[in-house]
Structures are given as C-alpha cells and as structure tokens.
Write a protein that binds this ligand. Structure first.
Ligand SMILES: NC(=O)c1ccc[n+]([C@@H]2O[C@H](COP(=O)([O-])OP(=O)(O)OC[C@H]3O[C@@H](n4cnc5c(N)ncnc54)[C@H](O)[C@@H]3O)[C@@H](O)[C@H]2O)c1
Length: 498
C-alpha cells in the first residue's frame, strides 16, 4: 500500500482509498514494468503496484470502461460523467465551409482531448472564453508520468476538477469533463454520442521524445497510445459525427531536417518527366515523432476513404506559461516543464538561468527548430476550428512563428539573464539524441498567417517574463531533473529505472 501523502500530485483529486488494478493491455504492461521504477519525488522506492484511495470519483467522472480506471480504481463509480452544460454561444464567425448536407458549417461544440495538458488546458480555456462550448477529455496520465518519474511542473498546478470549478466561478462558463482513455473505444464512443462535437482538437498523446526512448515498454506505449487513440477518434467521427472537424496536433519534428525547404504538408515533384503533388517526406527521429507520422498517414487515408475533414497542425516547440485566460487566477495556472524528459528547450534554459545551473546545450547547438508562444498555439487552434477543412480534405498547417538554433536560444537567455543580474553560463553536454547538430532549415508557415494569425515573437519582454516566472518558483526546481538521462543509442529492452 502507498499512503496518500506519497501521491502529492493526486492529493487534491483522490482522497482516502484507491486501488491500482493492473490488467492486461499496453498501459498495464507499461505500468507493471514501471513498478520496478524508483519513484523519486519523495525519494522512496515503491515496488508495489497497489495503493488505496477512496472517493476517487468525487466529481462523478467516468472511469468505468477505461484502461485508466483499471489502473487506478476497482470501485464502481457512483456517477458516470460530469455533465455541466454551458449555454451554446455564437462565435460570430461565419465560414463558407459547408456540411456534407450542404448547410453552412458553424462549429460550436468543441471536444478538447488532452485538455488537462500544457497546450490543451490553455486551449480549452481560450475557446471557452471565445464563446465555444467546450468539453475536456483526458485520462490524466500525464500527471501519472510525472509521479512515476519523480518530476513536477515548476508551477504548482491544481487538479483538473479544481481548475474547472475556478474557471466557472470566475467566468460563469462551464467546461464539461470526461475522464477516460481514448484508446478505450467504448469510453470514447459514449463520450462522442453524449457530447456530439462539431470539432475535436486532439492533444491527447504521449508527447515526449525522450520518454519514448527510455526503454522498449515506453516506446511501445507511446506508439500504441498515440496511434490507437487517433485511430479511435477517426472511427468515432465516422460512426457518430461525420461532419466533425478533426484538428490534430502533429509536430514539425515529423519532417526531420532535410537539406531543402520544408513545405506545408505537400510538395510538388517532377520525376522522370511527370509531376505530382505528394505528401512531404517525413524523417522522424524518435519513436514519439514516428507515432505522429503514423497518425498523419492514418488521418490522410481516412479523409480520402471516408470523407473525414481534418487539419494536421505540425506544431513547433511551444514556450511560455501565460495566456489571457490562465493568468486570470493562480488556480488556472498552466504547467511549466523544465526537466530533461518533458521540458522544452527555452523553458528549460530559463529555469537553468534562474537557479544558476549552466544552460545545457546538446552537442554543437546548431540544431535549428521551429518555435511558438503558447498564446499563438491557442490562436492557431481557434483559427483552424473557425475555418474548418472541407469534407474529405486533409489540410496541413505548419504551426510556428520563428526558427532558432539551440545555441541562439542559449544566447538570448544569457543576455536576458544578465539584464536581471543573473550569472548565466552555457555548457555543451554530450548529445543524447541522434540528430544533425548543424544543418539547413527553412520551413514555410504562411497558411495560419493567411487565416489571420498575429504572432507573438520572442521579444525581450517575453524572455524577461519567463525568467521572472522561473525566478519566482526557483525553490521548486529539482536540479537533478535537468541533465539528460535518456540516450537514443542505448535504449533497450530492459525496463529502465529513472
Ligand atoms: N508542447 C510542445 O512543445 C509540443 C510541440 C509540438 C507538438 N505538440 C503536441 O501537442 C499535443 C499536446 O502537447 P502537450 O505539451 O500539451 O502535452 P501534455 O503531455 O502536457 O498533454 C497531453 C495530455 O493528453 C492526455 N492524454 C495522453 N494520452 C491520452 C489518452 N490515451 N487518453 C486521454 N488523454 C490522454 C494527458 O493526460 C495530458 O493531459 C501533443 O500531441 C504533442 O505531441 C506539443
């Protein structure tokens, strides 16, 4: 038995007694293999997969048919879902896009899968604020990863239930919550039938490349979770809501680093005298990135075969914490990952600068990547929803605003840190990844700008505010989590203890 005090992340969500119930299936495999992990958040090793909590279902969320429920609860839930219906408010956005029956398509009800995560939480609040009727679907597995690996967000984050109650009390707007795993088709189909979304924004995946490269079980989990989850979403749309627009989060990492310009999804090629426009070649560089490539292929195929309407948002690396909505109250605060598994480069550098840890540039630092502010993530998703793809269309947008070399980011943070009186050093650490460390990189990103995106560029003031955030919470930093511990070359079958 694990006592509740050890489960700090779930403390506000679960009280009294609670059971892990491992069952056959991928996630169970993952967790049963994870049981040998050392849970380092409290520096106590746990070798059992059994814990007790009760009242798990205190807001009436449905765990009954989910892998997640099998993992965490053997109790029968007293209520199935939380349904708090918000009034449907017109967004005032007219689009020329038609439904398959010829009616104008006006998306109003938006299902945000992965709405408890970093991008999903900010997006759910933004869409709710803009008058969309929003429902969050999430199995909260991201909070579990943190606990398993002994990681924590720099910023304290409230339980999803407290977050939603806070949002309701501040704005009067309700967001429905469906807690469950989209890999469980029965859960997903019930959720679809009851909510009947006009659009689905799908953030609900395992999104860390290093996580997918820890060991075989994490690689298998990542691909199974991401590919099966997305396939289930496609089948649910086909079966229950064929006009629903799928807005799927892909990544710029799907393209790799080719020695030619990266187009938005498609490239026109002339070969042996014949010309065609074809999907842009994908050269993913981790099992995580490969899962996104597989997703893209499945979505493209179902658009063609079933007439699904879909937008694949190939997103760059996201930085920043605040959006207009998450800044309204501390209980709405978003997560801020800085560790070597989930932390993205700029967030990590800011935290390193704040605590006096050298900025860790991997290898030569010439790796160029595409970046965007979290405020632009929410804007881009809103634009994609308000201007949906046509039935049968597989649309690809490159969702980023600027490109930086990793070494350039380190320089920017160093200068900003010096202005704040911080002594910032940079070190090169052996690159744990297999990637080019100096290369050509030039990506197109005009489609979202054409739809009206007004980018927030990485200005001095933003860096200052990120650094100030990092300084504000520096007592929460666990410096042991900063150095890379996962090697692309050494990934193996044996379950890795972190
Ligand atoms: N954060 C970035 O910099 C970034 C960059 C490019 C692309 N993306 C993509 O954006 C999406 C969101 O990323 P994020 O940073 O917000 O990740 P995150 O880990 O913070 O959030 C993902 C959420 O999905 C949930 N989830 C995962 N599997 C699920 C399942 N099977 N059923 C239900 N819920 C599930 C998790 O519990 C979590 O709350 C991901 O698809 C990611 O690949 C993110």
């Amino acid at each position: 038995m694990i006592s509740i005090s050890d489960f700090t992340l779930h403390r506000s969500l679960y009280t009294n007694s609670f059971n892990f119930a491992l069952s056959p299936g991928t996630m169970s495999q993952l967790l049963s293999s994870s049981c040998s992990l050392t849970f380092s958040s409290t520096n106590k090793p746990y070798n059992q997969c059994s814990a007790s909590f009760s009242n798990f279902n205190r807001v009436g969320c449905d765990f009954s048919r989910t892998r997640f429920r099998r993992l965490f609860s053997q109790q029968k839930p007293s209520k199935r879902f939380t349904f708090v219906n918000a009034a449907t408010v017109s967004t005032g956005q007219e689009t020329p896009v038609k439904t398959s029956s010829g009616e104008p398509f006006k998306p109003k009800r938006v299902m945000v899968i992965g709405g408890d995560g970093y991008c999903g939480w900010a997006t759910a609040l933004h869409l709710s604020n803009k008058g969309y009727d929003v429902a969050i679907v999430d199995n909260l597995v991201r909070r579990l990863f943190d606990h398993q690996l002994g990681l924590d967000s720099l910023t304290p984050i409230s339980s999803i239930q407290d977050r939603l109650q806070c949002w309701k009390s501040i704005t009067g707007k309700s967001i429905e919550l469906f807690v469950g795993d989209i890999c469980e088709f029965e859960f997903l189909s019930e959720t679809f039938r009851s909510y009947e979304p006009d659009a689905v924004v799908h953030f609900g995946e395992q999104r860390s490349a290093p996580y997918s490269m820890i060991d075989r079980s994490r690689a298998v989990y990542t691909q199974q979770n991401n590919v099966v989850g997305t396939l289930n979403v496609l089948f649910a749309i086909k079966e229950y809501k064929e006009d629903c627009h799928l807005v799927k989060l892909g990544t710029m990492g799907e393209y790799g680093t080719p020695n030619i310009d990266i187009e938005e999804g498609y490239i026109t090629i002339t070969h042996n005298g014949r010309t065609d426009t074809l999907p842009y070649p994908k050269q993913a560089s981790s099992f995580y990135h490969l899962s996104k490539v597989h997703d893209s292929h499945n979505i493209a195929f179902t658009c063609k075969a079933w007439g699904i309407r879909a937008t694949d948002l190939n997103q760059g690396v996201v930085y920043g914490v605040k959006t207009d909505e998450t800044a309204m109250h501390e209980e709405l605060c978003n997560r801020f990952d800085y560790d070597a598994i989930f932390g993205t480069a700029l967030n990590r550098f800011c935290v390193q600068a704040a605590v006096g840890h050298p900025l860790t540039v991997y290898g030569k630092g010439g790796q160029t990547r595409a970046f965007l502010d979290i405020r632009d993530t929410v804007q881009c998703v809103e634009l994609a929803i308000a201007n949906p793809a046509n039935p049968g269309e597989f649309r690809v947008f490159n969702q980023f605003t600027e490109q930086f070399k990793v070494s350039e980011l380190a320089n920017i943070v160093t200068k900003a840190g010096e202005k704040l009186g911080l002594d910032v050093k940079t070190i090169s650490v052996p690159n744990p990844r297999v990637e080019l460390e100096e290369h050509y990189y030039n990506c197109k990103n005009t489609k979202l700008v054409d739809l009206g995106l007004r980018p927030h560029f990485l200005s001095d003031s933003l860096i200052d505010s990120l650094l100030n955030f990092a300084v504000q919470y520096k007592d929460r930093v666990d410096t042991k989590q900063i150095m890379p511990g996962v090697s692309w070359r050494k990934v193996g079958v044996k379950t890795k203890t972190i």
